[in-house]
Design a protein around this ligand. Structure first.
Ligand code: SAH
Length: 361
């Protein structure tokens, strides 16, 4: 018996191929896609315009699984909710639902763990386990939606949870196609943002896809030596190469690139750091006011980093002609910052079991 296929991760065109193999009419593909992505029905038995016989055939070939919400943390200061989502193999990832005036946005994870090793990040010390499938990424959004009324669904996404989205390139592209497909959710990718630590070849590939999404680059330093210390990926793709790719992305897609900058006391918050950042961004985006999102670094145990003043650094950047906003840290009381809930859970388990291995997490 061949392994069952994850139906949540398939586009109508791909479902149609299966329909052909099953000897079913082509219209079934769109019908099933709508049941899942518009009606949010995940049980074949509830697809009422499909015969019992065909429901059972579908059941034999496909499965539809949402991640299980294992922990919910609701903020007391705003409407942010954070979920610990348990996947079918026992791995856990985090998903955050944020409420903005323009709609609800989900911050989703793209990998279980991460390979990139950024020194300030809670996920880095836990290592990389595996990529998420398109269905598992979409499932995080649908699981979060299932906790709210139908008219309060998520309308935007940021790929800014655990993992490096461009290190899981094909699955993330499939996710974007699933989300924006006209027969399904039909999400405008203008409401999508992808955050990367700076994988240059994939940024260049993404520009070719012509998705209208916002590219967000985690910069955190404008000096190669400092950036390589904080983010090992910089040794592979140094700033000149990265910023050139960002400029080309903007010229090719017409979509702006924004920069993330976690302000770390004594590391990247000096006047010199602001001057370097200003100089580099002016060079890459001549005649424009590039935009930097500042966030005081979230102190993570064991990193030794403490937050610098984002407001003070903002003033330094504005003097350089750079637009900078201090990001509202939504849900700070519930550790909405990436990776901290998963890390706490893993560490608690380790302390209880006295084990070193985190496999299966
Ligand atoms: N891998 C991607 C997306 C996931 S991380 C990336 O690097 O962009 C999401 C964002 O959180 C990135 O900007 C990352 O640099 C930032 N980040 C990670 N740990 C942080 C911390 N402790 N404090 C503040 N920002 C952090």
């Amino acid at each position: 018996m061949p392994e069952k296929i994850d139906l949540l991760g398939l586009l109508p065109e791909q479902i149609a191929e299966h329909m052909k193999e099953m000897g079913a009419p082509a219209f079934r593909a769109k019908q099933i896609f709508r049941w899942i992505h518009v009606r949010r029905v995940f049980d074949f038995a509830e697809m009422t315009d499909i015969s019992k016989q065909f429901q059972s055939e579908l059941n034999q070939r496909f499965y539809i699984n949402l991640p299980k919400i294992e922990q919910t943390l609701a903020s007391c200061v705003d409407d942010t909710v954070k979920y610990l989502c348990r996947l079918s193999d026992g791995s856990a990832v985090e998903t955050v639902r944020m409420v903005y005036h323009h709609g609800n946005t989900a911050c989703i994870s793209t990998q279980v763990g991460c390979k990139m090793g950024c020194k300030f990040c809670a996920s880095a010390p836990l290592g990389f386990i595996r990529n998420l499938t398109p269905g598992e990424m979409l499932g995080q959004i649908y699981a979060a939606d299932s906790q709210f009324p139908e008219d309060d669904r998520i309308s935007g996404i940021v790929l800014m949870g655990i993992g490096e989205p461009l290190d899981n390139y094909d699955n993330v592209m499939q996710l974007l196609r699933l989300l924006s497909h006209k027969d399904g959710r039909g999400m405008s990718l203008r409401h999508a943002a992808l955050s990367t630590c700076g994988l240059v070849p994939q940024i260049r590939r993404l520009a070719e896809e012509k998705f209208p999404l916002t590219l967000s680059v985690s910069l955190h330093a404008a000096d190669d030596k400092k950036r390589s210390e904080l983010m090992p990926v910089n040794r592979r793709y140094p700033l000149d190469e990265l910023l050139l790719a960002c400029g080309d992305y903007f010229r090719q897609t017409g979509r702006r690139v924004t920069f993330e900058y976690a302000v770390i006391a004594g590391e990247n918050d000096t006047k010199k750091a602001a001057r370097q950042l200003g100089k580099r961004l002016r060079l890459v985006f001549p005649g424009q006011r590039p935009h930097v999102n500042l966030i005081p670094v979230n102190p993570v145990d064991g990193t030794g980093f403490t937050a610098g003043s984002a407001q003070a650094f903002q003033r330094l950047l504005e003097a350089e002609g750079i637009n900078a906003t201090v990001r509202r840290t939504l849900g700070e009381d519930i550790k909405a910052a990436c990776g901290q809930l998963r890390r706490d859970t893993i560490e608690k388990k380790r302390a209880v079991n006295g084990i070193e291995s985190i496999s299966g997490q």
